[in-house]
Write a new protein. Structure first.
Length: 169
């Protein structure tokens, strides 16, 4: 219910953050360049960097839609500007991948990063990489269904409790 109401870019960002499955930040340490490089390699092996690819175009399209909504006569020019911005900003999603590498590097030691990388290169690690998107998708669908069902239960209960107080909702 909540996820379906989010805008496209926000939904992509939410999905991206959920996919990386990092714990809440503890005391952040300054990672070494080698640790960041190892983390980048993990991101590449997992294919996690590509989760940000749709974010830049999505944000540009949202901005364009905002302006088209207020002045539809500018559609042609806005389409041209949006195309230019997509080209100009194409590499900006790498900022997010670099940040993601720093987040990994700040939370794991270099040895842990080496171990994680080694795991993802094993058959089991490759299977985790392959199956995680489907597991996540099933988890999101399950959470949405659970939330909808629970919401109906809460609404029914609230109506019942309000009826006891003499209010018909």
């Amino acid at each position: 219910m909540i996820a379906s109401s989010l805008a496209g870019g926000a939904r992509v960002a939410l999905l991206a953050l959920a996919c990386i499955s990092l714990p809440a930040p503890a005391v952040a340490q300054q990672p070494s360049a080698n640790a960041v490089a190892l983390a980048r390699e993990i991101i590449v092996v997992k294919g996690s960097g590509s989760i940000f690819d749709g974010l830049v175009p999505s944000i540009i399209e949202q901005a364009k839609a905002l302006f088209v909504q207020t002045n539809p006569m500018l559609s042609k020019d806005l389409n041209e500007v949006a195309a230019k911005l997509r080209a100009d900003y194409a590499a900006r999603s790498t900022d997010l991948s670099n940040d993601l590498a720093k987040f990994y590097a700040a939370r794991f030691t270099e040895q842990e990063l080496k171990d994680i990388l080694a795991f993802y290169k094993t058959a089991a690690g490759k299977k985790v990489i392959e199956e995680e998107p489907r597991i996540f998708e099933e988890g999101v669908a399950n959470t949405r269904a659970w939330g909808d069902k629970f919401s109906q239960e809460v609404i029914a209960r609230m109506r019942g409790e309000m009826k006891k107080k003499g209010h018909d909702l």
